[in-house]
Design a protein around this ligand. Structure first.
Ligand SMILES: Cc1cc2nc3c(=O)[nH]c(=O)nc-3n(C[C@H](O)[C@H](O)[C@H](O)COP(=O)(O)O)c2cc1C
Length: 215
């Protein structure tokens, strides 16, 4: 058993992009992250994902576009709010957009979407295992049509995540509440009542807010 490996899984926490420090992943570290991310279970080997690494000064180009779209949609927005949008891609030293691309064929798109989720999670784990930190974000602009065109996405593509990567802050993030296994695990038998996590069945804000339907 590799305790180190288990520790990464059991103790990993996301770090808010805004709290991340420079430097981001080195070229070698990023290569490991992308290798690990693409090594995922994939029914049919259809590779339903691709990556866009948004680093260096290109982060500002992407952020300027987010600000432009935000301003167009919110003409009365105060300048400080627009600056928040402009800085979206500057919070972390490196952002990797993981794009889920549905492949045509007999393999269910739901399963392809699960593969894309596994890609994102592997990315977080590979970052953490190298002493880096990550945060998986979508935010409103992942679902925005203008931003999607800017990133050259078509109807097959969905932003699975803008994966923010950087160095850890001085303070460790606090632990957050985790699922209570007593609420969601059933050792099944024909007459055991199944625990379906009803505790977690609470109303949520509708999201995505802008009407984009990924499936
Ligand atoms: C698909 C997906 C999209 C997310 N988008 C956002 C987001 O837009 N904004 C946000 O604050 N958190 C978002 N999160 C949650 C963050 O990744 C959050 O940091 C994470 O759930 C913290 O849990 P962890 O410490 O176990 O990684 C998203 C998570 C997932 C899986």
């Amino acid at each position: 058993m590799s305790q180190e490996c288990l520790d990464v899984l059991l103790k990993r926490r996301s770090v808010k992009a805004v709290d991340m420090k420079a430097p981001g992943p080195s070229e070698d570290q990023l290569d490991v992250i992308l290798q690990a991310a693409s090594r995922v279970p994939d029914h049919g080997k259809v590779v339903p994902f691709y990556f866009m690494v948004i680093g260096g000064e290109h982060r500002q180009v992407a952020g300027d576009k987010v600000a432009e779209i935000f301003q167009k949609q919110n003409p009365d927005a105060p300048s400080d709010k627009i600056e928040v949008e402009r800085n979206r891609f500057n919070r972390a030293p490196c952002v990797v957009a993981v794009i889920y691309r549905q492949r045509r064929g007999k393999y269910p798109v739901w399963e392809q979407a699960l593969t894309a989720g596994a890609v994102c999670q592997n990315m977080l784990i590979a970052a953490h295992a190298q002493g880096l930190v990550g945060q998986w974000l979508s935010e409103w602009y992942a679902y925005d049509d203008d931003m999607r065109s800017f990133l050259d996405l078509d109807e097959r593509d969905v932003v699975a995540g803008f994966m923010h990567l950087g160095s850890p802050p001085d303070e460790k993030p606090q632990e957050r509440e985790r699922p209570d296994l007593g609420e969601i695990v059933t050792y099944w038998s024909p007459d055991a009542p199944v625990k379906k996590g009803d505790l977690y069945d609470r109303p949520k804000f509708p999201f995505p807010r802008l009407g984009f339907k990924p499936l």
